[in-house]
Design a protein around this ligand. Structure first.
Ligand code: NAX
Length: 332
């Protein structure tokens, strides 16, 4: 049994926060050998709801849960923290311009970045779930100059899971037989879910799809829009946004990052670019990654065809525009 890790969850009284904390306490975040202390950070008006969640966590009598504290102050919530699940964000309200949204979120993530810089543990790492996730992670990292940039990542694991599941369904394979799917770029409609390196039971996915009469027109016209638009589909069918699937993705993201990805495949994470694949250094972009010894490394030297390159460039352009907008607002 290792030392307890402090896990800070922002937006803990929100939907995804609520769906995440119980599974984290059950061991789905850091594995069955690491006890955790939960720091729940909320806005003052939602503090009481978070306190209610803390009572319920107590009622779970989780053997791995060593304590729960509720905060409405970021400095206190990140003090001694090893893992940040940055879920709370300002949603777009009706009539809100994009610049207003970026500005409101830059306010949140700059404060949290500074709090991390001030008091988080040496091994601190964060996944940003709150949208616009990639740019929020960029902002937080920019305000935490003493923390290695690569410790600030954003969630594209839900998109990755959606792509894997859609490919499994289209090929009649089991999810466990799928390898090598990748999400590139921004967690937004511009993302590029890439099947060119994917395999189904060891065979190239594009070949298996072609045998079923599903060609590149299916990939471009059905698969990609289905994955990129799945959030809207869930809202339409369920009458509410993705919650449990997002929580599952956030838990999986951190768990693989800390404990390692399976030996024979990769996953997708939005990480600060090291310049790979022409993505400007520092931009938080989704890549296929392999995690070993607590580090997420971008899978090197994949051949990108013309189509893949164009799609990636389009999404990266959007990330650059978001960064420029935040810069123009003087928020970096
Ligand atoms: P909710 O509105 O249910 O919860 C958000 C919570 O955050 C609220 O309780 C609010 O009080 C709190 N909050 C706001 N500002 C805060 C701050 N400065 N400090 C602490 N807490 C703060 O939203 P929910 O459905 O849980 O979604 C959370 C975020 O995840 C949204 O931004 C959403 O867009 C994003 N998503 C990201 C996904 C991804 O794959 N990256 C997928 C799911 C989801 O759409």
């Amino acid at each position: 049994r290792s030392r307890p890790a402090t896990v800070t969850v922002t937006g803990a009284a929100g939907q995804i926060g609520y769906a995440t904390v119980f599974r984290a306490a059950a061991g789905d975040l850091l594995g069955p050998d690491t006890p955790i202390r939960l720091h729940l950070l909320e806005l003052p008006q939602a503090r009481r709801a978070a306190e209610g969640t803390a009572l319920e966590l107590q009622d779970g009598a989780f053997p791995l849960l060593e304590g729960v504290e509720v905060f409405d102050d970021a400095d206190a919530a990140f003090d001694g923290s090893s893992v940040g699940l940055l879920i709370g964000a300002r949603p777009r309200s009706q009539g809100m311009e994009r610049a207003d949204l970026l500005q409101a979120n830059a306010g949140i993530f700059s404060v949290q970045g500074r709090a991390v810089n001030r008091g988080a543990a040496e091994d601190f790492r964060a996944v940003v779930v709150g949208n616009p996730a990639n740019t929020n992670a960029y902002i937080a990292a920019s305000h935490a100059p003493d923390v290695p940039r690569e410790r600030f990542t954003a969630l594209t694991r839900l998109d990755h899971h959606r792509a894997v599941a859609q490919l499994a369904e289209a090929t009649g394979a089991r999810v466990a037989e799928i390898r090598g799917v990748a999400i590139w770029g921004n967690h937004s409609a511009s993302q590029y879910p890439d099947l060119t390196h994917a395999t189904v039971a060891g065979r190239p996915a594009l070949e298996v799809l072609a045998e079923r009469g599903l060609g590149l027109d299916w990939v471009d016209g059905t698969f990609i829009p289905r994955v990129a638009g799945r959030g809207a589909e869930i809202i339409d069918v369920r009458g509410g946004s993705s919650v449990a699937s997002a929580a599952h993705a956030a838990l999986s993201h951190v768990r693989d990052w800390v404990l390692g990805t399976p030996a024979d495949t990769w996953t997708s994470m939005a990480v600060p670019s090291d310049g790979s694949y022409g993505v400007p250094e520092g931009l938080v972009s989704s890549f296929p990654v392999v995690c070993r010894d607590g580090r997420a490394g971008i899978v090197p030297d994949l051949a990108l065809d013309e189509f893949s390159r164009t799609r990636l460039e389009r999404s990266v352009r959007e990330l650059e525009e978001e960064r420029e907008a935040v810069q123009r607002l003087g928020l970096l």
